[in-house]
Write a protein that binds this ligand. Structure first.
Ligand code: FMN
Length: 198
């Protein structure tokens, strides 16, 4: 069964990011029902920021006492990973960034310990949903792509695409049927691309 891991980077449940995500997941399910979807809320995971303690260069995994090692395993076993984030001060949410930075333990597993926590041969597709309150700004979303790109590289996942939606302070996304349709179409396309990639 195909596994989809969706990570909600907004601390607000049921708002712009989650509505888009749910529509995208609907589009995926319109193509295939043989999928298992797991949604994680970065705010509920409560990942503490990486403190650069360096322990992960000496011992496999992260020594911090939260669920991050279980999340590494979720990345490993997923076939499609969807990240979502609101734009906060032209970057991603702190909740999601804390989670991403903890992937330093994955980096160490590969390059310091030479025993990768991630199966590097498995095919994984990655996708990003990101929302902004303002109308398109110069640099408004430009920080997002390089952050997500490195995240996906760290978990040996092919970064397939983005759904960026702006101007949401004016009209929330649930009132914008066109954007909801776009999200469903993006889900359908992602699933079709994934199926065609074998
Ligand atoms: C702390 C904070 C910082 C924000 N910074 C920006 C920003 O720099 N640019 C922007 O366009 N919107 C900004 N916004 C608006 C959010 O990106 C926007 O409302 C987003 O759609 C919220 O997603 P959500 O409804 O899923 O929580 C900010 C909102 C908050 C709470």
């Amino acid at each position: 069964m195909l596994k989809i891991l969706a990570i909600m980077g907004s601390p607000r449940k049921g708002k712009n990011n989650e509505v888009l995500l749910d529509n995208m997941l609907q589009g995926i399910q319109d193509v295939s029902q043989l999928i298992e979807i797991e949604k994680i809320y970065a705010a509920d995971v409560g990942a503490v920021p990486c403190s650069a303690c360096d322990a992960c260069t000496k011992r496999l995994g992260c020594i911090k006492n939260d669920s991050i090692n279980d999340i590494f395993e979720k990345y490993n076993s997923a076939d499609i990973i969807i990240l979502t984030s609101p734009i906060y001060f032209n970057s991603i949410s702190a909740q999601l960034k804390a989670l991403i930075d903890r992937n330093q333990a994955i980096w160490s597993s590969k390059y310091a310990l030479k025993k990768s926590l991630i199966n590097r041969d498995k095919k994984r597709f990655g996708y990003v949903i990101c929302t902004a309150g303002a109308v398109d700004q110069p640099f408004g979303l430009s920080a997002v792509v390089p952050i997500m790109d490195l995240f996906f590289k760290s978990i040996n996942t092919e970064y397939i695409g983005n759904l960026f939606v702006t101007n949401l302070d004016e009209v929330p996304v649930y009132l914008n049927e066109e954007k909801l349709k776009e999200a469903r179409t993006a889900g359908k396309k992602l699933m079709e691309e994934y199926n065609a990639s074998f």
